[in-house]
Design a protein around this ligand. Structure first.
Ligand code: UD1
Length: 417
């Protein structure tokens, strides 16, 4: 079993390169199923979730080759439409092959993702949208299946701007007959990246990044070359690493425009963040103030930064309140932060945090991807040693995090016990 051991107290300093976005790479990989050809993707992060999506694509008949940061995907021989339980259960984003398979092959049978540590996470909005596009969706044996030769453009309204539903439906609509409108669409930068990729393959999508996405279906899409955007959540995590250690870090390759809500909140707290020729500079010399945040769909404060922000607030003098509105059960990190001495109370979807002077190192357990990052951040400032178990969650979404943090001066190691 592997663990991460951190001895807290070092101020982080130096430069860190931000990797390609996991949440952009996964739907874009799924979107290659819409073509019969070869696509080369660059700036691909080397992460467990990316390997899982590669396995899903191979199961469907694609050839997938990794070359450093590049991924060559040949979908010429994709003729299978079953995404099995053993893969989908390890990564919910596997469900994103549903739309492309339906649009391309007219059939899809994909295991229902089920719940996960942060909530029940249904796929009803995806399925309702596919029905609007004329598909007959049925369930059985834990699988969702669908059949339809030729989708027909439709007007779809999402009750909630779900990232995954917007992506799945936008992909399906590229090959549907006529015009599809997705209202109340998610506006995340990863949606825009997916639309840019699809348009480069020959799709006709307008409005990605706004509430309304309009797609005019085309007959076919062609393989292309594409470079993935940088990971705003990884960048946000290193920004907080600098703030929490009173450090001085330069993030290379990060896009500040994608981090507006986080940067605004950190400015309010007194952290200096500057955009300098494509790099983000973060300094936290002054005393930081407690601030409240509420997670919301983009451009609101990202739920994927909530746990990390809480780690920062737990050692910031004053009271702060963090409200989680996107997921129903995303406070699993709280009980672990309490073990490190934090003073946090949960009241429904709110956490009330009373900042304390210092955390103390303790053995803690990672419960999900972003919770693991929060524990690492807490460990960086805690007095003494923090030992984090179940770190496989981290490998899903943070590329070489131990190496990147030790290059910045952290005392951190990965050990096998
Ligand atoms: C994506 C991100 C994830 C991020 C989340 C919210 C990827 C691979 N993952 O997940 O990191 O935390 O966006 O920013 O990009 N919902 C429904 N019915 C549905 C779909 C969603 O009720 O059919 C609900 C979910 O339970 C959740 C909320 O909508 O409460 C947001 O989910 P969604 O935006 O779909 O998140 P994901 O695409 O799963």
């Amino acid at each position: 079993m592997e663990r991460i051991i951190i001895t807290g107290g070092e101020r982080l300093k130096g430069r860190v390169g931000i990797s390609g976005s996991k949440n952009a790479a996964l739907p874009i990989m799924a979107a290659t199923l819409l073509t019969n050809g070869v696509t080369t993707l660059s700036n691909i992060p080397r992460l467990k979730d990316v390997t899982t999506m590669a396995r899903v694509l191979r199961t469907l008949g694609a050839k997938v080759e990794f070359r450093e940061r590049e991924l060559k995907i040949d979908t010429t021989n994709v003729d299978r439409f079953l995404a099995p339980y053993n893969l989908v259960k390890t990564m919910r984003a596997s469900f994103l092959v549903f739309g492309p398979l339906l649009a391309k092959l007219g059939r899809a049978r994909v295991s229902l993702p089920g719940g996960c540590a942060i909530g029940s996470r249904p796929v009803d909005l995806h399925l309702r949208g596919f029905k609007e596009l004329g598909a007959e969706v049925s369930m059985g044996g834990g699988y969702t299946q669908v059949k339809r030769d030729g989708l027909i453009g439709a007007e779809i309204y999402l009750d909630f701007p779900s990232v995954g539903a917007t992506e799945n439906l936008m992909m399906a609509a590229t090959l549907a007959k006529g015009k599809t409108t997705i209202e109340n669409a998610a506006k995340e930068p990863e949606i825009v990246d997916l639309a840019n990729f699809l348009n480069k393959m020959g799709a006709r999508i307008k409005g990605a990044g706004t509430d309304t996405i309009r797609t005019i279906g085309v007959k076919e899409l062609k393989g292309t070359d594409y470079s993935i955007i940088s990971d705003r959540i990884e960048a946000g995590t290193y920004i907080i690493a600098s703030a929490i250690t009173k450090g001085d870090i330069i993030l290379e390759g990060a896009k500040i425009d994608h981090l507006e809500s986080l940067v605004t909140k950190l400015h309010e707290a007194g952290v200096e963040i500057k955009d300098e020729e494509g790099a983000i500079k973060v300094k936290a010399r002054r005393r930081i103030k407690a601030v409240d945040v509420k997670t919301m769909p983009y451009p609101g404060f990202p739920t994927d930064m909530q746990a990390q922000f809480m780690a920062l607030m737990s050692i910031t003098p004053g009271m702060s309140m963090i409200t989680e509105t996107v997921f129903e059960n995303r406070f699993m990190h709280v009980s672990e932060l309490l073990r490190m001495g934090a003073d946090i109370k949960i009241e429904g979807s709110r956490a009330v945090i009373k900042g304390i002077r210092s955390l103390s190192g303790a053995p803690v357990m990672a419960t999900d991807l972003r919770a693991s990052a929060a524990l690492i951040l807490a460990g960086l400032v805690a007095e003494g040693k923090t030992e984090i178990s179940r770190i496989y969650h981290l490998d899903r979404g943070y590329e070489r995090i131990v190496e990147k943090l030790s290059n910045l001066g952290a005392k951190i190691e990965r050990v096998t016990v």
